[in-house]
Ligand binder design. Structure first.
Ligand code: 13P
Length: 122
């Protein structure tokens, strides 16, 4: 069972919900964490069990970063909005940096998310 983090910036939350619905059956076999708003939205859209962290700008990205450096997250699906400035850009950079540093599979868009999820055995 993989431990998967789900995060999406505001303009990408619809994409994240649609992606999670499409992969609902597979995601249901893994342990899921989400930043506050993303996690709540995906939970409501899919009925999946998702542990909710703080909202991203309030520390949720940092909580996921801590999970990564403590070896408690196996995969990060993080739909970034490349067209909007984020007030917590430093947190976003810290999270993507830690995923890169610890060699945690990191998907920043739907195609990559499809690929990394397909890579999971079940
Ligand atoms: O801001 C985020 C990621 O940087 C996501 O946080 P929310 O899911 O709480 O909106």
């Amino acid at each position: 069972m993989a431990r998967i983090g789900l995060v999406a910036h505001d303009d990408k939350k619809d994409d994240m919900c649609a992606w999670a619905e499409r992969h609902r059956a597979k995601l249901a076999r893994h342990q899921l964490w989400g930043t506050g708003t993303t996690g709540s939205r995906v939970k409501a859209a899919t009925g999946l069990e998702i542990a909710l962290l703080k909202s991203g700008p309030l520390g949720g990205d940092q909580q996921l970063g801590a999970m990564i450096c403590e070896g408690r997250l196996d995969m990060l699906i993080f739909f970034i909005d490349p067209m909007s400035a984020q007030p917590h850009d430093v947190d976003v950079k810290a999270l993507t940096r830690l995923a890169t540093l610890y060699d945690v599979p990191l998907a920043n868009n739907r195609s990559t998310a499809d690929a990394v999820l397909a890579h999971l055995a079940n």
